[in-house]
Design a protein around this ligand. Structure first.
Ligand SMILES: [Ca+2]
Length: 192
């Protein structure tokens, strides 16, 4: 039997930027309360095993993003989230975090842990689960915990736009991705 597609799209209720205004402040989304619709092009899906999450991202819906107001007198923003790969991926599929429009590829290495960095972004992807979770039960899904440190150089304007983008060969009917348990925290530990 074909999996039931529960993806829904409604007009955004608010695209207003959220604020990280004081040291140690944080923003958390578990996407259980319609938060996905506060993201540009945001959709939410709800399926047993994955709970409700931002997505599905896929060939037909490749990019979802949101702008945040961030206190410039801070050292970095720490971003953590769970990345869902749904029903597998092709060798040439790519998954990105967008920081102010700049692509940073999420390394789904299949091993214990992947690590990547550029001068002001450090990322770590811990491969933690791979099994049949939802949608097509004949193909494996993956949950990967990703953590990023984004240096203050990225938000000197006081705003930080984050996005998630996928480049996938197959239709979202066959393969997709999602974001869940998203958390942003402001850290002030060296400069201030
Ligand atoms: Ca959730």
């Amino acid at each position: 039997m074909a999996p039931v597609d529960t993806t829904t799209i409604v007009p955004p209720i608010s695209l207003a930027a959220r604020h990280l205004s004081s040291c140690s402040s944080s923003i958390e989304y578990d996407f259980e309360h319609g938060e996905a619709y506060q993201w540009e092009n945001g959709t939410q899906s709800d399926v047993v095993g994955f709970t409700t999450f931002l997505g599905r991202l896929g060939q037909e819906t490749p990019l979802m993003s949101k702008e945040f107001n961030v206190r410039t007198s801070s050292d970095k923003v720490v971003v953590e989230f769970e990345f869902y790969n749904i029903d597998g991926r092709d060798a040439n599929d790519h998954f990105y975090v967008l920081i102010q429009g700049s692509r940073h590829e999420i390394q789904l290495t299949g091993g214990a842990e992947g690590h990547w960095e550029d001068p002001s972004v450090t990322g770590r992807a811990a491969h933690n689960q791979r099994f049949n979770i939802g949608y097509n039960y004949t193909t494996h899904d993956e949950k990967t915990t990703v953590k990023l440190d984004i240096g203050y150089q990225w938000y000197t304007s006081g705003t930080l736009k984050l996005g998630f983008e996928v480049d996938m060969a197959d239709s979202i009917a066959d393969k997709g991705a999602g974001i869940d348990n998203f958390k942003m925290s402001l850290v002030c530990d060296r400069r201030f």
